[in-house]
Design a protein. Structure first.
Lengths: 336, 305
């Protein structure tokens, strides 16, 4: 197990340095020089330009600049936003809980509906239910989620008037964030109606973000389940006279879960990509919207920092999934 | 990433030989999946619509009818048979724009798939063929690309290159690259252990010929399936970039860009929002269904149970 862990780490460390290199190169690849870019339309005098170039270290050789960049990273300095003048790390972690809350709810919805749907589809293979689930999953997988979000807004906010169009909670409520999760904070605040308001803001974006993971999980569960159901030990269990509930629920499900868990873990990247679109449509104040806004505001240090932090989070989660996978399935530890 | 392995008893002697027989065998497998055949016909229809857009579209895509702003589709009150699916906020015919939009989507899919397929095959072939340091180097770069969520990386690349359709396509091609490299490399590595490769080496076949003419054709099945599936991803991602204002720029009738322009009218004019999305969804769905069928037909090992 330990050598497996070391091997995984051996891959992730160089990848991480590659990611820092991408983030570092990003600002230097932008057309024009970085200081003039930050100045935007205003322009500046020669002396001011030279002074700023020196201040940000852009006058040094590129390799030394990269060294300084790495040193700053490891001392926790991810740059400073040129719009808000706040450290990027602080901005990121102020907004991060909003994205986390949305992603958790989305993955919950996806697992809650995707697992049973895939399981039942597999056990009733070829039935009407199976066809419906598989068609639905393929449709969800092909869904342009930004359009799906707009449709839901038209229907639930426009026609029915059930849900608000944007934000995390109604402006009527105010309380200090404790956990950063609006659903929990609104309950803790004890204000009447706060939780319902938070929930009604959350539900549509969560559905939109859950769509693709839901489709993937349903498909994956179905095919994993089908594979397991044709195994000898399942036949033996049936032959012993165990009821279908016990065979499917206990024997088959346990082994079918292994690939499914991996797939669930691998949805983190998908969730971040989805969060960019979902948060933009619903004006959800999270990381995705912040990244898009930063790109449009030409706040390049924020884009750079965000890019690196998001990649780091995705890599860490994937590493954890890999290790868990090796833990559940000993076979994987010994193969390359 | 999924699928059970079905062990098929292949009677090697009775396998068909020759191109036509192979095609017939392929069709026999492919047409088993009725959804896939439907997807194929839908896709061909879209290609025809795109090719003959000039003859089919009732209006020019950017022609503005100032007397008919935000007119609903013909079956609603206030609709007009002149504009079957209504008009947008500056009086352009929705149907004509959707028809011309098919051109954009197919163009995007073709260019992105060709770019990432060609580069991916060359990189994957080199990695799998030469192994060693070159292999490690190429695969580490691909790991780095995969560490970023695809849409985010595409977005940042477009920010560097400047927002335009061409740059969006380049960005999407780069983001899709690793999948082709990994697939090609894996296929090449399993082919390299086979006898015919050793035999070719012994009779002195030159390296390049061995790579591209002897080995590569035997690695094509998973690549074709991947090409079909990434064709649809390319359309989706390009539409997403267009929607975020980072893809095709207005007034281009690209479906994602049309949605971006329509956003402010969502509560007043449902048709300007609904139709471009339906176009994206049905096109992508048709290609994905077709891709599933292709996988079943070309790659029995990956066959869905």
């Amino acid at each position: 197990m330990f050598s497996y862990f070391i091997r995984k780490l051996g891959v992730i460390v160089p990848t991480f340095f590659g990611v820092t290199l991408v983030a570092f190169v990003f600002i230097r690849l932008l057309p024009g020089d970085p200081v003039l870019l930050m100045a935007g339309e205003r322009g500046m005098t020669e002396e001011r330009h030279a002074a700023l170039m020196a201040e940000f270290g852009y006058d040094k050789p590129v390799l030394i600049q990269y060294g300084i960049y790495l040193k700053d990273l490891f001392s926790g300095d991810f740059g400073t936003s040129i719009i808000t003048k706040q450290p990027v790390l602080k901005e990121f972690f102020t907004l991060f809980p909003a994205t986390m809350e949305l992603s958790f709810c989305a993955i919950f919805l996806a697992v809650f509906f995707g697992l049973p749907a895939g399981m039942i589809a597999a056990t009733k293979r070829g039935s009407f239910f199976d066809h419906t689930v598989m068609t639905g999953a393929l449709t969800g997988y092909s869904m342009p989620i930004f359009w799906w979000g707009l449709l839901l807004i038209i229907f639930f906010s426009g026609i029915l008037g059930w849900t608000p169009v944007s934000g995390r909670i109604s402006l009527l409520y105010y309380f200090e964030p404790v956990t950063g999760f609006m659903l929990i904070d609104s309950l803790l605040s004890g204000q009447k109606g706060a939780f319902v308001s938070a929930l009604s803001h959350l539900i549509l974006p969560a559905i939109v973000l859950a769509t693709i993971p839901l489709a993937v999980i349903a498909r994956q569960t179905r095919s994993a389940m089908l594979e397991v159901l044709s195994e000898d030990y399942v036949r033996t269990a049936r032959a012993k006279g165990l009821g279908p509930g016990r065979v499917i629920g206990l024997h088959a499900l346990r082994n079918a879960m292994i690939p499914v868990i991996t797939v669930i873990g691998l949805q983190v990247g998908v969730l971040f990509a989805g969060a960019i679109l979902t948060e933009t449509i619903f004006s959800w104040p999270g990381i995705g919207k912040w990244m898009v806004d930063s790109i449009f505001r030409r706040d390049y240090p924020s884009v750079q920092g965000g890019l690196l932090l998001i990649a780091a989070i995705v890599m860490i989660v994937n590493l954890v999934v890999d290790i868990l996978y090796g833990f559940i399935n000993p076979q994987i530890r010994h193969t390359d | 990433m999924e699928e059970a392995v079905i062990t098929q008893e292949l009677d090697l002697d009775s396998r068909p030989v020759g191109r036509i027989a192979l095609l017939r065998e392929f069709w026999a497998y492919f047409s088993e999946n009725r959804g896939a055949v439907f997807g194929l016909f839908f896709f061909i229809t879209i290609i025809l619509i795109a090719v003959f857009a000039d003859f089919i579209a009732p209006h020019a895509p950017n022609q503005q009818y100032r007397d008919a702003l935000l007119q609903p589709p013909f079956w609603q009150s206030g609709g007009d048979l002149r504009f079957l699916l209504g008009t947008d906020a500056v009086g352009r015919d929705m149907l004509s724009r959707l028809i011309y939009g098919a051109r954009f989507s197919l163009f995007i899919g073709c260019i992105v798939v060709s770019m990432s397929l060609v580069v991916g095959v060359i990189l994957g072939l080199s990695a799998g063929f030469f192994r060693g340091r070159l292999d490690t180097f190429i695969m580490r770069i691909m790991d780095v690309v995969l560490a970023f969520p695809s849409l985010l990386l595409a977005l940042v690349l477009v920010a560097i290159l400047g927002p335009s359709l061409i740059n969006a396509m380049i960005a999407i091609a780069i983001v899709q690259q690793p999948h082709y490299v990994r697939l090609t490399r894996a296929a090449v590595m399993s082919e390299m252990t086979k006898d015919y490769v050793t035999a070719s080496r012994i009779i002195g076949v030159k390296t390049l010929r061995l790579m591209f003419i002897t080995v590569l054709p035997n690695c094509m099945a998973p690549l074709i399936v991947q090409a079909a599936l990434s064709f649809s991803t390319a359309i989706l991602d390009a539409a997403a970039l267009g929607f975020l204002g980072m893809g095709a720029q207005p007034p281009a009738p690209e479906w994602g860009t049309m949605l971006a322009e329509a956003r402010e009218f969502i509560l007043r004019a449902w048709w300007v929002v609904t139709f471009p999305g339906v176009a994206i969804l049905t096109t992508v769905l048709a290609i994905n269904v077709m891709g599933d069928g292709l996988r079943d037909a070309l790659d029995p090992k990956l066959k869905r149970s």
